[in-house]
Design a binder for this molecule. Sequence first.
Ligand code: SF4
Length: 408
Amino acid sequence: MQSDLKPATSVVPGSGLSLYVHVPFCKTKCPYCDFNTYQGIEHLIGPYLDALTTELQLWGHVLQRPLVNTVFFGGGTPSYLPAGSIDRMLETIRGAFNLNPDAEITVEANPGDLDLEACRRLIAHGVNRLSIGVQSLDDGLLALLGRRHNAEQAICAFQTAQEAGFSNVNLDLMYGLPGQTLTQWETTLQRLLGSCPSHISLYCLTLEEGTPLHRWVQQGKYPEPDPDLAADMYQGARRLLGDAGYRHYEISNWALPGLDCRHNMVYWLNLPYLGVGPGAHSRLGSFRFWGVDSPVAYIAAVKRWNESGPEPFDRLDDQLLQAVFPVANQEYIDPDTACAETMFLQLRLLDGMDLQQASASVGTDLAEKYREEIKDLIELGLLQQHGYNLRLASSAYLIANQVFTRFV
Ligand code: SF4
């Protein structure tokens, strides 16, 4: 990459950034999961927490203590970390960054890890949103997914979180599972809706190559998921959640009014975020970059970066990023890519995008640049336009990725 061809870009705008903290530990690895997460490496938790502390302090230093509006502890299983770990990280973040007093702070949790004391401790340290990986309330499907909780524990974890004082709780659910019936799916949704979670994320199972579940389906041990049935499950969920007062605000996400996930909105609006921890992705200025996946390599890389004594950044370019040792890969986001990303990320939001505002943010007239594509997609009934507002038609929700290829 020729660094002299790339313009220096401002590092963090005054409006601040979002922070993602990756936790690469799980007690057991689910057979469908291809995330950068591991079981059986608990001996690395201590060195990882030390490295994460250092990495946070170094980023706070080089970015000159920027404003942080949202923090998301994801993984992996952040709730699997020893008691006090999240508190320690939040203390480090408060010391190294300018944490907005109104920040949304989310922790992903496994139902088996949540008791009253753990929830109260998180709240006492400023965590104000939980995201619980429920996935299903059918014990047979939970076993197929290799989850370490059953339906009763999932319900109990959610009620415990509410009792501790969490008023903003997301529940993750999965559909399109091998052998899953529409009745099982709707029963899960109806039972959970009875407890009024503030936010629900629905994920259709993707059989990722290389995972045990993919292999088992290939071998005929489990039936191939039926895409038509998965589509019926999605449409059924839209009906049930809509009737229960949830706002469908993103293709896979529903929230009670005012409780959209602010952290994820940053991704969809293509705003700046910093990812720390092994393999975490960042988007700052005109660069996207991501770290080394291996927790061992990550710990060593943070040590090297610390020893190099980095100076505060007054710009961000590829040479500076090369000296950030935990960063393994970087991509310059050229203007064409920035335009395409703005289209397909913002169109995930069901309120659509404001073409005028989006054009101003990328410095290109998007209506003009994509005139033909937009016209074709409207004629096909996949997009709708009213003035400057452009949005997906509801008939396109399930084929959104195919629609978005028109902009790439
Ligand atoms: S708990 Fe989540 S991150 Fe961990 S293995 Fe299972 S699906 Fe993957």
